[in-house]
Design a protein around this ligand. Structure first.
Ligand code: NAI
Length: 418
C-alpha cells in the first residue's frame, strides 16, 4: 500500500493553512476539482507524486481560542471562501486534525503578532534550545502516532519583522548553537521552526517572507541531514503578474520608467502587514523581483505599497501603473487591476510544493530545490525572477525525472544536490 506523508504546518489555523487542509481533503474525497494545482498538469503526471489523500496533517499554532473548524467557519462566514456544504462535509476531518495541533512560540515575532494571537505559553519558561527541542518533540510524536516515514514542515505563520541585516546568530552553525543555549539578539520563531524541522529529519518549505532554512547556519544542517528545502514567500498575485509581464517589456526592448504597485488587503495577514516592521519583509521581496528583470538602473522608479483595508478581507486588490517608453521615446502607460482571493491562490501552490518536496526527498535530492523558483517571490538561490524562465526550469526538471520512477530514486542515499 502507498505510504502516507506527514504535513506539519506552522500557523495551522491560519487562512492559507485552513484552505490547504480543506482543499486537500475536498479533492481527496472527490468533493472538489483540482483547478489551480500546478502539479496536476500533464508534465507532472509521470512523476508519481504523492496523492492528496495520503497527506496527514498536524502543526503548530499560536491561537488557542479558535479550533480548525472555527477557522473554517470564519472563512465560510466572512469572506465566503469555503462553501457551507464543503465545511459541513469536512467537520470530522477538522476535529481529527485539531488533535495534532500544538502550542507554538512567538519569539522574535514582534508586538503585532503577539497582540493578535495572544502570547504563547511556550517561551515563558524555555530557552531557545529548549524551544527547538519542544517543537521537534511535537513533530516526532506526530510522526510516531501516525507511523510516518516522512514529514514535510511548511511555514504558513504570520510574517515576522524584517531584518535589514542577517542577525549574527544565524551566520554559522557555531553562532546559532551559542544563541540557542544563551538566548541572543535576533532569534526568531521562523528560524527555530526550520531548525526543529531539519534537526528532526524533516524536509522544509517556507511560504512566508520570514527567515527560515536559508540562513547559513541551517543551509549546512540541511545538507548534513540530506534534506531538501525551498522558499521563500509564495508568489500568488501581484508579483506573479509583474514577473509574467515585465519580461515582455524586456523582449520588446521597451524602457520602463516607472512601475508603481499599490496593494490593499483586509485579512489577518493584512493586519499584520499594517505594522511597518512586518510590512518591510513583504515589500522588499516584491520590489526585488521587478528590479532583477528590468535591470537595476538609477532611472527606473519602482514602489510597492501594501495597505490594510479591513472590508476587503481576503479579496486582495492590487493596482499597478507602468509608465514606459517605446520607439522615438514615445511615452505610454499600462495599468492592471488584480482582484484575487489571496488564500485560494496560495493553497494549491502549498500543496504543489508539498508534493514536489516529498518527490525530491524520495529522489535523494538535498539542499535548495532551485526548480521550485516559480512558486516564490524571493526564491532561494534563484537564478531569475522571470516567471517564464522559472516555469521552463520546473518543466525541464519534471521531464528529466519523468523517465525514472520515484521508487528507483528512493534507494539513492543522500547527497545529490537539487
Ligand atoms: P493568517 O494570519 O490567516 O495565518 C497565520 C497563522 O499563523 C495565524 O493563525 C497565526 O495565529 C499563526 N501564527 C502567527 N505566528 C505564529 C508562530 N510564531 N507560530 C505558530 N503560528 C503562528 O495569514 P495567512 O493569510 O494564512 O498567511 C500566512 C503566511 O503566508 C503569511 O506569512 C503570508 O505573508 C504568507 N503568504 C500568503 C500569501 C497569500 O495568501 N496569497 C502569499 C504569500 C505568502
Amino acid at each position: 500500500m502507498a505510504e502516507e506523508l506527514g504535513v506539519w504546518i506552522v500557523g495551522a489555523r491560519g487562512a492559507v493553512s485552513t484552505c490547504v487542509i480543506s482543499g486537500a481533503r475536498a479533492v481527496a474525497r472527490g468533493l472538489a476539482p483540482t483547478t489551480g494545482l500546478v502539479t496536476e498538469v500533464s508534465d507532472f503526471k509521470p512523476l508519481g507524486l504523492v496523492d492528496l489523500q495520503r497527506l496527514v496533517f498536524g502543526g503548530h499554532e499560536l491561537r488557542s481560542e479558535v479550533t480548525l473548524s472555527g477557522a473554517a467557519h470564519e472563512l465560510r462566514d466572512g469572506p465566503g471562501l469555503l462553501p457551507p456544504k464543503l465545511v459541513a462535509a469536512l467537520e470530522d476531518d477538522y476535529a481529527e486534525i485539531d488533535k495534532d495541533i500544538r502550542p507554538a512560540t512567538a519569539i522574535g515575532c514582534g508586538s503585532t503578532i503577539r497582540k493578535m494571537t495572544g502570547c504563547s505559553p511556550l517561551e515563558d519558561t524555555l530557552t531557545p534550545a529548549l524551544l527547538v527541542e519542544q517543537l521537534a518533540s511535537d513533530i516526532a510524536d506526530f510522526r510516531r502516532r501516525h507511523e510516518l516515514r516522512r514529514v514535510v514542515v511548511v511555514n504558513l505563520a504570520s510574517t515576522e519583522p524584517y531584518h535589514e541585516r542577517l542577525p549574527a546568530c544565524y551566520e554559522s552553525p557555531k553562532a546559532l548553537r551559542k544563541a540557542l543555549r544563551n538566548g541572543g539578539e535576533g532569534i526568531t520563531a521562523g528560524v527555530l521552526y526550520a531548525c526543529a524541522a531539519l534537526s528532526s529529519g524533516c524536509a522544509y518549505v517556507n511560504f512566508t517572507p520570514s527567515l527560515g532554512a536559508e540562513v547559513p547556519a541551517l543551509l549546512e544542517l540541511a545538507r548534513e541531514k540530506g534534506l531538501p528545502h525551498c522558499g521563500k514567500d509564495g508568489k500568488t498575485g501581484e508579483t506573479l503578474m509583474k514577473t509574467v509581464l515585465a519580461p515582455m517589456f524586456v523582449a520588446r526592448n521597451m524602457k520602463v520608467m516607472s512601475w508603481e504597485g499599490y496593494n490593499m488587503l483586509g485579512n489577518r495577514d493584512g493586519a499584520v502587514l499594517d505594522d511597518p516592521v512586518n510590512n518591510a519583509a513583504k515589500t522588499k521581496g516584491k520590489d526585488k523581483a521587478l528590479r532583477e528583470i528590468l535591470g537595476d538602473n538609477a532611472e527606473l522608479h519602482t514602489r510597492v505599497r501594501i495597505d490594510y483595508c479591513p472590508s476587503l478581507d481576503d479579496w486582495k486588490t492590487a493596482w499597478d501603473f507602468v509608465h514606459f517608453q517605446g520607439f522615438l521615446g514615445t511615452k505610454m502607460i499600462m495599468q492592471f487591476i488584480w482582484q484575487g482571493c489571496d488564500s485560494m491562490l496560495a493553497a494549491p501552490l502549498v500543496l504543489d510544493l508539498i508534493r514536489l518536496t516529498d518527490y525530491a526527498w524520495r529522489c535523494g535530492e538535498t539542499g535548495v530545490m532551485k526548480h521550485t523558483a516559480c512558486f516564490f517571490k524571493d526564491p532561494l538561490e534563484g537564478e531569475t525572477h522571470d516567471f517564464w524562465r522559472q516555469w521552463d526550469a520546473l518543466k525541464a526538471y519534471a521531464h528529466s525525472h519523468a523517465a525514472v520512477s520515484p521508487h528507483r530514486h528512493r534507494s539513492t542515499e543522500k547527497g545529490k544536490r537539487v
